[in-house]
Design a protein around this ligand. Structure first.
Ligand SMILES: [Mn+2]
Length: 441
């Protein structure tokens, strides 16, 4: 993405040193009065008002004139009733790094305002998750509901998938008392507005050509209409984006919500190891003191039934390695969660760069979970290329998933036997991983 030139509008009596610092980062326009400020053309990255030039009327006129620009007032005490969406920053804090941070928060604050406006009219809104609601998506939905000042009556959190199976996810929902509704596509029309978190409309096929909001950290894909969209692929979790929203809007984060978000970030970044960036770490550190760590431990040690542990053990014993790729086949499973667990396990094996786990779920779909060490090609892109036209596939740099209907496999292989599937998946990945063909992620 081409980075636009920053333009700063300074109003009032600023030190020349400060102006000098900013001129290193972009164009500085320095005016002495509000009238002059309103006479400027073009848009600005941020508007800085010196305390002496600040008044509620001035900030109102500026925000009407430059609705997309964050406003920061320097060198002053916060007034008793500060106007919304203006930040007050003590003068000594106006150093390059601080201001960059304040600028970022002020920008997010504007985004939150936009988001709130979009959903303000809806009597009943839907926060829709992907079909296998995971901690990151569930926590993000809770956070969005809090941000929009709604409750379970006015904002339903729902998904269109099967019953939740992963023990940790069930424990999270139980222990944090999260109300998650299992919906069918026909229910969608009952809602006045729809927000998608941790997923984008094309995931649902043609069901949602137009939605109100999309907040996600997966790469943008397909084409769709959204009135508000925040797609930040650099973040390791959607929970990080929502934590930033809550922080910028200065919303109080309850213990329950902090625990959920912390767990969301933790699972999506495999404890901040994979795909995590400084924003994730910052959000994690911010949430940590407010979270209930006892509860978190309980969620994390949610038990699996002995029969599933046995199945997992057998599959692990029968794993195979080809060309540095770990493969584990779970065969037929009732519950899907064993497959990503196997993939997580495989990538920890010494010398392995890729881990692929597979299993047939519900007698109808082959599910493949993929992990890699992070410095190789993108797992999400690889599975999209490998399974294009066969099923749904996607993910992140170092973790991805594909779901393929068995009937498609029968079409391709003649018979969807375990042996055929194993051979097919092994060959596909050996070829896909070694291919060079212009891979960039
Ligand atoms: Mn996520």
């Amino acid at each position: 993405m081409q980075k636009e030139l920053s333009r700063y509008l300074f109003i009032g009596d600023f030190d020349s040193l400060l102006l000098g610092l900013f001129s290193k980062r972009g164009e500085v326009i320095w005016v002495s009065s509000l009238e002059e400020a309103l006479n400027q053309t073009g848009s600005f990255t941020v508007i800085m008002i010196e305390r002496g030039n600040f008044s509620s009327t001035a900030s109102k006129e500026l925000s009407t004139h430059y609705p997309q620009t964050p406003i920061i007032v320097s060198n002053g005490e916060k007034p008793e009733e500060p106007p919304p969406y203006v930040r007050f920053v003590p003068f000594h804090k106006i150093l390059i790094e601080e201001i960059a941070r304040e600028e970022r928060i002020a920008r997010i604050e504007l985004r939150v305002e936009e988001l709130r406006r979009i959903h303000s009219e809806a009597k009943k809104m839907l926060i829709l998750l992907h079909d296998n609601p995971d901690p990151d998506s569930i926590a993000s939905a809770l956070a969005l509901r809090t941000l929009l000042k709604r409750n379970r009556q006015t904002a339903m959190i729902g998904h269109l998938g099967e019953k939740i199976s992963r023990p940790e996810n069930i424990a999270m929902i139980d222990l944090l008392e999260i109300d998650l509704e299992k919906l069918v596509p026909g229910d969608i029309k009952e809602f006045d507005s729809i927000a998608l978190v941790d997923v984008q409309p094309p995931y649902f096929g043609d069901l949602l050509p137009e939605v109100d909001t999309v907040i996600d950290h997966h790469p943008y894909f397909g084409s769709y209409k959204a009135r508000f969209s925040e797609i930040k692929t650099q973040e390791g979790a959607t929970s990080t984006i929502l934590t930033d929203f809550l922080r910028a809007a200065q919303v109080e984060i309850s213990e329950r919500l902090a625990t959920a978000l912390l767990y969301g970030i933790k699972t999506d970044t495999i404890s901040l190891n994979r795909d995590a960036n400084p924003d994730d770490i910052e959000a994690f550190t911010f949430l940590y003191p407010s979270a209930n760590l006892g509860l978190l431990r309980k969620i994390e040690r949610a038990e699996a039934p002995p029969s599933e542990i046995r199945l997992f053990g057998q599959a692990l014993a029968n794993h195979w390695v080809s060309d540095g790729i770990f493969f584990g086949n779970l065969g037929r499973v009732k519950r899907e969660y064993l497959i990503p667990k196997m993939a997580d396990f495989g990538i920890q094996v010494k010398g392995i760069e890729w881990s692929v786990a597979l299993g047939v779920v519900g007698n109808s779909h082959l599910v493949i979970s993929v992990r890699n060490v992070g410095y190789v090609k993108s797992a999400g892109r690889l599975v999209r290329n490998l399974f294009r036209g066969l099923g749904s596939a996607g993910g992140h740099r170092s973790s991805a998933k594909a779901v393929i209907p068995l009937r498609k496999i029968r079409k391709a292989l003649g018979k969807a036997s375990q042996d055929n599937i194993k051979r097919w998946v092994t060959e596909l990945f050996i070829k896909g991983v070694s291919e060079k063909a212009g891979e960039e992620s």
